[in-house]
Design a protein around this ligand. Structure first.
Ligand SMILES: [Zn+2]
Ligand SMILES: [Zn+2]
Length: 263
């Protein structure tokens, strides 16, 4: 009886606090009584990468030509002809609109506490690209998370390493056995990639990373924030495979729509 009363008090207190001091949504600035950083409306309308290649997560914009009733293509034309270094890329959001705003708040406006929100958004939205019946298995079968390393001068400027925090924020979602390992190292200093053009990025990708010996024989999951051309994660996956990784999967929050690649 006493236990039951304690439980109901424990549930009631946060509800009363929410009612007395409603939270402000990070995106629309409206007050709301939902738990978390975003109101339910903003969370529901985040741009999702719903019609994406199931292998490389490239948004398939030609889906507007889809004939109702016909089966959707599961892979993009490039994945049919080109071998890739990783088994699969998951990227549940599109880097545009409100998701871009949210990512900029987290990454460039010094809000490391949003890493937990980012991890939860990834975990609750990856079903759009995984087979629903295998969703839990897909999220749990790879337990070594390797963040794509951020260069030290960018970490210094931002005040934190966003991919490292994101990987750690994913751990509680995936289970205790999940490990985060700093097994990738940048081999050279490069100018900020978000300012370089697409051609530069393809030129720069070779020998860009080196993977630690611990990678050998492991199922590696690379963690990144946004995939634009795929050159960075491709180079990181190649380094892991060269070091003997059994499989490499990539988890990113978002993928840039095809038309925005040059930016
Ligand atoms: Zn909102
Ligand atoms: Zn593809």
């Amino acid at each position: 009886m006493q236990d039951r009363r304690r439980w109901s008090v424990r549930k009631l207190v946060p509800k009363v606090i929410q009612w007395l001091a409603p939270a402000e949504c990070l995106l629309c600035r409206e007050t709301h009584n939902d738990r978390g950083f975003l109101c339910a409306d903003c969370q529901r309308t985040l741009p999702r990468n719903e019609h994406a290649c199931q292998r490389c997560a490239t948004p398939m914009s030609h889906s507007k030509l889809h004939i109702p009733g016909a089966p959707r293509r599961s892979r993009c034309p490039a994945c049919h002809v080109r071998p890739t270094n990783c088994e699969r890329i998951l990227a549940p959001f599109l880097m545009q609109g409100t998701f871009r705003e949210l990512l900029h708040l987290w990454k460039f406006q010094n809000h490391p506490q949003l890493s937990t929100l980012m991890a939860c958004l990834f975990a609750t939205n990856t079903a759009v690209q995984a087979q629903p019946q295998h969703r839990q298995q897909n999220l749990n079968e790879h337990r070594i998370l390797v963040p794509i390393p951020t260069q030290w001068h960018r970490q210094l400027r931002r005040g934190f390493d966003h991919t490292w925090l994101l990987a750690h924020a994913l751990r509680p979602v995936l289970g205790r056995e999940t490990r985060v390992r700093p097994w990738l190292r940048n081999t050279r200093l490069r100018r900020a990639q978000h300012r370089s053009n697409r051609a530069d990025r393809w030129e720069n990708h070779s020998d860009r990373f080196i993977a630690a010996a611990g990678t050998e024989g492991q199922h590696i999951t690379l963690v990144d924030d946004v995939i634009t051309t795929g050159a960075t994660v491709g180079a990181a996956a190649a380094a892991c495979k060269a070091a003997g990784a059994t499989s490499v999967e990539v988890w990113a929050l978002a993928r840039t729509p095809a038309t925005a690649h040059a930016g």
